[in-house]
Design a binder for this molecule. Structure first.
Ligand code: GLY
Length: 297
């Protein structure tokens, strides 16, 4: 089986010109970290490594760079899923670690449940012996928040599209697909709001009879459309690219444009991506030329 991997840095509006080189470099680094893990480990190790890399930079709306709630807190959502056995784990509105993906994996591996939310995420983290972290917004995020609150822009800011979410999908040499996703959620979301990244079938899905998918965009629309599940269903009939395009066409028809993006990987080692937002950053291993491709369009 040919291993394959694709990573995204979020679908949304275009970035400021001076941010683009650093943003693309970090996506490339995330793919490198993931591909390295994929050479010696499973697809789960690969997607977790890539997403954790992105959680640790401040370039993305995840981990250290996460968006704030309307009352100025970080509440993170994340999930992981493995296609063999349909195993998964997720956390919602988590405030005890930047490494929400690691905690989602702990939900999968140490509990009988799929989703843990709010304050009780801390209990799972302690039981799994993960480090509890005090969350502070990144400087750029705090500056934006203070600027907008000062300018009384709260209402407008909440409706403004933001860069969103990080995710990865991979298939390993054993043909096992996996997906991981992590986000701070929508900019100035209501405290307690949980989005698609904590919902298996919406933010991610992996099925050993199809492949894996990971979504980005407006969580409410992604949940309504069960986007990642639908992309995997479509992959049973076509390749990763065709499935991604069809799944996003469906979202555009039902929910409108500027709502979502998705990345996909199929069991033949093909990767796919599609979005109806102005841009979506992505990077993948081009298996035919053995090189990493990174794009922001
Ligand atoms: N797609 C991330 C969110 O809506 O929370």
């Amino acid at each position: 089986m040919r291993p394959a991997m694709i990573v995204h840095g979020g679908a949304g509006s275009p970035r400021a010109k001076d941010e683009i080189p650093g943003y693309l470099r970090e996506i490339e680094n995330a793919v490198k970290v993931g591909v390295e893990a994929l050479r010696s480990g499973s697809s789960l190790e690969a997607v977790q490594a890539a997403v954790e890399y992105m959680e640790d930079t401040e370039f993305f709306n995840a981990g250290q760079g996460s968006s704030l709630t309307s009352d100025g807190r970080l509440q993170l959502d994340a999930a992981v899923m493995v296609g063999r056995g349909l195993k998964g784990g997720a956390v919602g509105a988590c405030e005890c670690t930047y490494h929400a993906t690691r905690l989602a994996r702990a939900v999968m591996e140490t509990t009988n449940h799929l989703l843990i939310v709010g304050d009780d995420c801390r209990r799972v983290a302690v039981e799994a012996e993960l480090k509890i972290e005090k969350l502070h917004p990144a400087k750029a995020v705090l500056d934006r928040f203070e600027r907008e609150v000062r300018a009384g822009e709260k209402r407008r800011a909440a409706a403004r599209p933001s860069h969103d979410t990080v995710g990865a999908v991979a298939v390993d040499v054993s043909g096992v697909p996996a997906a991981a996703v992590s986000t701070g959620g929508l900019w100035m979301k209501k405290p307690g709001r949980v989005g698609d990244s904590a919902v298996i079938g919406a933010g991610i899905y992996a099925d050993e009879a199809a492949g894996a998918a990971c979504a980005t965009g407006i969580g409410e629309e992604i949940i309504r459309n069960a986007l990642s599940w639908e992309a995997c269903r479509l992959m049973k009939r076509g390749g990763a690219m065709a499935a991604a395009r069809r799944a996003i066409e469906q979202v555009s028809r039902r929910s409108g444009r500027k709502t979502a993006g998705v990345i996909t990987v199929d069991l033949g080692g093909g990767v796919g991506f599609a979005h109806n937002t102005p841009v979506m950053g992505r990077g993948w291993l081009d298996n035919t030329r053995e090189r990493i491709v990174v794009e922001l369009r």
